[in-house]
Design a protein around this ligand. Sequence first.
Ligand SMILES: C[S@@+](CC[C@H](N)C(=O)[O-])C[C@H]1O[C@@H](n2cnc3c(N)ncnc32)[C@H](O)[C@@H]1O
Length: 315
Amino acid sequence: MTQNPMHSCPQFAITLKAMGDPLRMQILNVLGESSFGVLELSQIFTMKQSGMSHHLKTLANANLVTTSREGNSIFYRRSLENTFNVIQHIFASIDEALLDDDVIKNLNIIEQEREINSQVFFAKHISDFKQQQDLIAKYSSYQSLCEEMMLSINAQTGQALEIGPGQGEFLIALSKQYKQVLALDISKALLEVAKTSCANKNLTNIEFKLEDIQSIKNPFADLIVMNMVLHHIVRPQAFMLQAANLLNDRGHLMITDLCQHDQQWAKENCGDVWLGFAQPQLESWAQKAGLLLTKTSFVAMRNGFQVQCLLFSKI
Ligand SMILES: C[S@@+](CC[C@H](N)C(=O)[O-])C[C@H]1O[C@@H](n2cnc3c(N)ncnc32)[C@H](O)[C@@H]1O
């Protein structure tokens, strides 16, 4: 029998003991989709902060959660890697289990607060949208990354969907390559800017909709693009799943976003909900949505940020 030097029975027992508790199972469920601070988790599970800290310590000692510092707070999320193969299967069963009604209600309250903050940000910063965005990554600095990735796709070029086109720069490239393009944004003001800019360029195959992705039900797209959108989304895993459901068979999802970083100021100044993403995190969410990572490309900004462009195909 082959043995794994990383495995030890005492460590395995610690891991299983940490998991074998109904409350901690629900905490692991919640941390599989998003990251939360101790205070938020105490609110979600209606318990004292000291009690929640104790449970998180137990989970961290068993390598079931990882932490990241964001400003003065520590945020927890479920570990992507664990030396014991069976843990991923247990995570999958935990994800299928129902959360208590109160937990769902409290979770919704926190997520709605985050969503409102993000929407308020875009409404408030319409006039200085470009300056705010340029603080982190100018569109021109990742434009060729996205265009090259799109042109590398060897598949149907019927319908494309861009979610969150902002001022609509990438719509120009999409409009040339795809027969029909749908632009979906939740910001009325930005959608108007994109519409005017495309009309001025006589791009007639683009439809603009002020709608949320949830409003579309049936698959129709050969390509879905999200450029610098996902880090503004409160529940990115659920968002990716919704996007995947709109793809035709063998369709593609292209995500351009920041690599994981620790620049907390981006939350206050740029309306970011997430401080970028680690590639394995995106890959794992995509996999659960039936998508396979097929291509990756990266570009480093002069200010230290890194942008990743990932192409996923529907399996
Ligand atoms: C940082 S901007 C990126 C704009 C553009 N894609 C680019 O690369 O320059 C984020 C865009 O996502 C939009 N957005 C945020 N949340 C969204 C959602 N739930 N559905 C659709 N668009 C959303 C914002 O209104 C904004 O247009």
